[in-house]
Design a protein around this ligand. Structure first.
Ligand code: ADP
Ligand code: MG
Length: 568
């Protein structure tokens, strides 16, 4: 603004100058006047000149001012330019932002559109689904309606039924009473019929029972209380391998008393009272023996022998193993259990002796001097009973006591030595009678249970044995033959029974004769290499078993039991 003012002032001053100059000029042209004027001008001119000077200085100052202002203007223009540049930049940024904004907006619009579409689609879908469901509901409703229509007649018939049932229920007690009356009379009749049938059956049963008892008694009489079992041991590692260890014994699946042996290509069958196959357990065997054992409590004398060649399982059957005990231990355990159950009425004493017969010499295996030979003597009381003076008798009361009764030389108990019979005598009988009770058993003699592990039955003598071995074999043969003879004589009820032919039969005399029971367990090996011995053992078994009451005339010729050689 001051610049403009100065410029205007300048303009005014220069105009005035011009006017003054024009006035001068016109005054010159008018000499009179001019002279005056010149005079005035001259007077005034100095003044003008001074004013001009002043004006010029002032002009000068103003021009400087203008220059300064121009400078300022220039700077301002520069500032303006930079401002413009900044503005342009800002504008460009604004444009950019605007474009960005535009894009975001577009995007937002697009998204909104998509959401809108989605919403519309969902609504449409829901709508169509609802329509479908609605349709189904409508249909259901229609079905229900028709059902309802059809149910109505059913309901009607049900109501009818119900009504008629109600009537029937009302009448039921009467009907029931009537029916009960008739049923009662029918049942009574039936019961009467059954009763009479029962009576008839009972009568028949009693008759059968008597008959059976008679038959059984007859059978026992015929068999003479001597039974023979066979037991076949399994093939063991000791039998070796190959053909020698092949199995030669088979069984009859339907008859547990029959056994077949394949010997030298020929099939031989034997029938005993019972045959135990290799898989039979110690329990299985004892199961069959146990009745015999308990009968010794009833006063019977019982003998159980294990017969067979060495290695056929005699000791296994009698003594067994620690884990799997045989008849000996099981018998004692059973006796203990039986005695305990009868202890309320009776007092029993069980005593145990263990003896061995080797080369016809009897030795006490529980005594302090096992080498001492013992004698068998007749009781001096005239009862005809035999006894062995000096034979140790241990009273045992429990299973634990049995273990204390092991003989001094343990191996003897195991009957490991060849050619001897290990005997175990178990005396069992009423020791005292209950005082004051009504029971009195009289002088029931004690029962005796003899468990005998016989010597090996193999024919050692024939295979060229010499000296002691030969003598031993001979004794064994004699002893076993004597046993066979005695059993044979007993079964065929001969008047004379040759008990005295061997120490064994003599010792067991009162346990083999009279009211006694004997079981012979014939042990056989199933191995091919043993078939000759197996054949002999089984023949012996069958002979022992099949002895029957022969005609009197035959008794003489059969008086002697065939020797071991003859058996073969
Ligand atoms: P023995 O007394 O007749 O000479 P063992 O009783 O000593 O014969 O038996 C000979 C071998 O066969 C023994 O090792 C014995 O354990 C085994 N043995 C015998 N019988 C059976 C069996 N039934 N089950 C298993 N092993 C047996
Ligand atoms: Mg043995």
């Amino acid at each position: 603004d001051s610049l403009a003012e100065k410029a205007e002032e300048e303009e005014r001053l220069s105009r005035r100058l011009r006017d003054s100059q024009e006035t001068i000029a016109s005054l010159k042209s008018q000499p009179q006047q001019i002279k005056y004027i010149i005079k005035t001008v001259e007077v005034e001119s100095s003044k003008a000149k001074q004013a001009l000077c002043e004006t010029q200085s002032r002009n000068q100052y103003l021009q400087e001012q203008v220059g300064m202002q121009r400078q300022v203007l220039k700077e301002m223009e520069q500032q303006l330019q930079s401002s413009q540049k900044t503005a342009a930049q800002l504008r460009a940024q604004i444009v950019m932002y605007e474009a960005e904004l535009e894009r975001a907006h577009g995007q937002m619009l697009e998204e909104m559109q998509a959401m809108e579409d989605e919403k519309n689609r969902a609504i449409e879908e829901a709508f169509s689904r609802a329509q479908v469901e609605m349709k189904a509901v409508h249909e259901n409703l229609a079905g229900v309606r028709t059902n309802l229509l059809t149910l109505q007649p059913a309901l009607r018939t049900l109501t009818n039924d119900y009504n008629s049932l109600k009537r029937q229920v009302r009448d039921f007690p009467l009907l029931l009473q009537e029916t009960l009356r008739s049923a009662r009379s029918e049942i009574g009749q039936a019961i009467e019929e059954v009763n009479s049938t029962n009576q008839e059956l009972l009568r028949k049963y009693r008759r059968e029972l008597q008959l059976r008892k008679k038959c059984h008694n007859e059978l026992v009489r015929l068999k003479g209380n001597i039974r023979v079992f066979g037991r076949v041991r399994p093939i063991t590692k000791e039998d070796g391998e190959g053909a020698e260890a092949a199995n030669a014994v088979t069984f009859d699946p339907d008859d547990d008393a029959v056994l077949h042996l394949m010997h030298k290509g020929k099939h031989v069958s034997f029938e005993l009272d019972k045959v135990f196959p290799p898989q039979a357990t110690q329990e299985d065997v004892f199961q069959e023996v146990q009745a015999l054992v308990t009968s010794c409590i009833d006063g019977y004398n019982v003998c159980i022998f294990a017969y067979g060649q060495t290695g056929a399982g005699k000791t296994y059957t009698m003594e067994g193993t620690r884990a799997n005990p045989g008849i000996n231990q099981r018998a004692l355990q059973l006796l203990f259990a039986e005695v305990r159950s009868k202890a309320a009425d009776w007092d029993y004493a069980i005593t145990v002796s263990v003896a061995e017969i080797y080369n016809e010499a009897l030795r006490d295996l529980l005594g302090k001097a096992p080498q001492e030979k013992l004698e068998i003597k007749l009781c001096p009381d005239g009862s005809g009973q035999l006894y062995v003076p000096g034979l140790t008798e241990f009273r045992v009361q429990s299973v634990e006591d049995i273990n204390k009764v092991r003989p001094a030389s343990g191996s003897c108990w195991q009957a490991g030595r060849q050619g001897k019979a290990a005997l175990k005598l178990v005396g069992c009988g009423p020791d005292a009678y209950p005082g004051g009770g009504g029971f009195f058993f009289g002088s029931l003699p004690p029962g005796k249970l003899n468990l005998v592990d016989l010597a090996g039955s193999e024919r050692v003598g024939r295979s060229g044995a010499e000296g002691g071995r030969l003598r031993e074999a001979q004794y064994i043969n004699k002893s076993l033959s004597a046993l066979g003879d005695v059993i044979y004589a007993l079964r065929s009820r001969q008047g004379h029974v040759p008990f005295r032919n061997s120490k064994l039969t003599y010792l067991l005399q009162d346990s083999l004769s009279g009211d006694s029971k004997t079981l012979m367990v014939v042990q056989v090996s199933p191995a091919e290499k043993n078939t000759s011995e197996t054949l002999c053992s089984l023949k012996f078994a069958e002979r022992v078993r099949s002895v029957e009451l022969g005609p009197v005339s035959r008794k003489a010729e059969l008086a002697t039991w065939p020797s071991q050689e003859q058996l073969e």
